[in-house]
Design a protein around this ligand. Sequence first.
Ligand code: NI
Length: 396
Amino acid sequence: MLKDKIRQLAKAYHQDVIGIRRRIHEHPELSFQEVETGKLIAAKLAEYGIPYEHGMAGNGVVGLIEGRNGSDRVVALRADMDALPIEEANEVPYKSKNPGVMHACGHDVHTASLLGAARILNELRGEFDGTIKLIFQPGEELLPGGASIMIKEGVLEAPRPASIIGQHVHPPLAAGKVGMRAGQYMASADELYVTVKGRGGHGALPHDCIDPIVIAAHIITALQQVVSRNADPHTPSVVTFGYIASKGGATNIIPNEVRMEGTFRTMDETWRFRAHELMKKMAESIAEGMGGSCDFVIDVGYPVLANDEALTQKVRSCAEEYLGPENVVELPPRMTAEDFAYFSQQLPACFYRLGTGNPGKGITSPIHTNTFDIDEQCLELSIGLMAWLALKELEG
Ligand code: NI
């Protein structure tokens, strides 16, 4: 049976994939600077005998595994490859050798896993019909996102995939399990840059000034009503300001200007853009009503990631078949964002979570922290499952 062959190959390649993951982990590269990572991926595909193209969106690599000629169906698998500007605190043999840069979001795991899955699929190419497209994508962590650039450069054409599958590490979930959710799964993320302008002066004489600090305080509080009074309660929404600073100012000095930076996230594309208008109008009218003014700039980021209902149900049942139903869990929506969302706007997509945690071994740190790590046992499951899902999806 194909499933057993995949299991055997996953077991056989597990150590090798651990080695690849460690090598990428040791040499992390920031978004759109993944030169060595791109070369490593290309070298591995060449070693496996898989044809590829190198250079899409800069450092992206796209491979093609053609099965027997019985079908023109194409399924895409995607991994991202960039690291984060974090100094690694883990004392492990494969600790980052690039100061201030770390694979703290597990993209090393995604890339190594896709290479492992590709090797398995290539080994089995005489046993399935159709084509697997391998997408190694740069720049997930930085706007405009490598996915959007690769799509513009034609990654979803010639040949056009019928669907796309991707995965992300998930430390809250134990190694050995995967999780997913059909429908809206991850949020849109837009950056808010707000400058409140008043007129500074002596703190003891506020009547001679226009106090931008008081205006900013009102704006921050009022914008929370976009969530509590305007958003449909069934549509998760978040407004967070993570930065506020005045230009000048002291205990007895009212400054001229206050700058704030925040994020707006939601799960509905229509509401998303209506909320932008509401927030802008609310902030501007508050500032104006209090005698000041406000520049409200919204940097539009990644869209909502929607997992295709039918594809996700299929991925779920195939994962249950491969891992056992007890190891496939239903996940709640998540307000973080991910540029795989761009793929989900183009074709049926499924983005699932790979359990990587192991509390017994002390592996619990969340992603984007300087102590994030994985239980590498998960890599055997990761490569086998991805290969299995691709083959089941190729059957149509
Ligand atoms: Ni990530």
